[in-house]
Design a protein around this ligand. Sequence first.
Ligand SMILES: [Mg+2]
Length: 234
Amino acid sequence: MALRYIWFDQDDTLYDYSSAMHRAMQPVLALIEREYPHVAARYTPKSLSAKRRRICDALDAEGMDFARARDLAFEMILRDAGVHDEALPEVLTETYYAQLRREIAPFARTKRCLRELGARFTLGVLSNGRSLLPHLGLEESFEHRLYTAEIGLRKPDPEFFKHAMERVGAAPEECLMVGDNPEHDVIGALEVGWHAVWLRCEHRPWPEGAPRHPHAIDCIGDLPEAVRTIIRAA
Ligand SMILES: [Mg+2]
């Protein structure tokens, strides 16, 4: 069967989420500094962002709901420094996301890639987060948008991929997943029989010991060529 559906991860696949996260941490750190300068002194925006991501990833791995993990992360960071503040974590979370929405922008070649592939394939989003697409002007590019926050399933759970297939009535070999996370996006998709393209990202190296994946790209703009290669090989 021919390839018909291309599913995209969101963060660090359609836009540079990691850099936007670091920049969004600047006003957060300023707020912490105002209340607790000794805590702020421990971090740069980048190191605070990295710590928050580690906490969220760990909570995610434990199966915690994304929204709850998001709210808990700053609370844990403050508690780590001996600060028990009931109100500040929520303010930090709100400040962070408001700034993040201002900071994120599609990669330079994202829109062109979506236009090119959208002319031949049905495009969808399969994300463990929630939609940021309206802030990026990308919502119209995707006919199908599946989010953990709405569906209650998360990559790499095979049920999430199966849910996507049922939604569109597709067979596994008609689907391709592209994403930056080796376990969630690539290995998860391959395990249910999908095609997969890995978008290399410095934050998420390929896991040691896992067999190397042949379809890796360094830029989302290289995806159409990778798709052509996969179709030729099928
Ligand atoms: Mg991602």
